[in-house]
Design a protein. Structure first.
Length: 191
């Protein structure tokens, strides 16, 4: 899988990306928002296994590049029986955070998920569902104000992080209809 838009590339992770992903995943500063303030402590072999498990799958683990530089990662799982995609993303390099790239990356990914022929041949994706932590107010602002997503649920004490602290999950969703009405109004009128 490969998407290119302006200076952003989203592509399937390859074995040569394992070193970068492993460094990010084991860095507590990068992984804190995901509930791992000490990092994952994951061996390189496990990172390679995770890259390889999605190699020929509809589900993907991807690298995000800006101007050819790896800056983050994303993944998605397709559940055709639920007509839904379940993605996650993270800009790992702090120099690229708070610069508007997140919104562009998310919108590019969502357009891909709603239009990719291979994904939608299994069953048309009608909604995209994801979550974040209650503390990640910056992400919530992007999801609600810039993406136009609907907050569907706030789940208190949803899970315990690495330090045993209970975390609250905030769930989001955007439907195909919402996405096109907000971001591609001319296309929406033709549907």
């Amino acid at each position: 899988m490969r998407i290119e838009k302006d200076n952003i590339t989203i592509r399937s992770a390859q074995a040569h990306d394992a070193k970068t992903l492993n460094a990010w995943w084991n860095d507590g500063r990068v992984m804190e928002h995901a509930g791992f303030p000490n990092g994952l402590g994951q061996p390189m072999e496990e990172t390679l296994r995770q890259i390889n498990e999605n190699r020929n799958s509809i589900n993907q683990r991807c690298m995000i590049e800006i101007d050819g530089t790896p800056v983050g990662e994303l993944n998605y799982k397709i559940h055709s029986d639920k007509a839904a995609a379940f993605p996650g993303w993270k800009i790992c390099e702090t120099d690229y955070q708070n610069k508007g790239y997140g919104t562009k990356i998310i919108l590019t990914l969502f357009e891909f998920l709603f239009t990719d022929e291979k994904i939608n041949s299994l069953g048309k994706i009608e909604r995209i569902v994801w979550d974040t932590t209650l503390e990640n107010t910056r992400a919530q602002h992007v999801y609600e104000s810039k993406i136009g997503a609907t907050k569907t649920k706030v789940e208190e004490n949803a899970w315990q992080d690495q330090l045993g602290v209970w975390r609250t999950a905030v769930h989001y969703e955007i439907t195909r209809k919402q996405f096109y009405a907000l971001h591609f109004p001319a296309v929406n009128k033709q549907q």
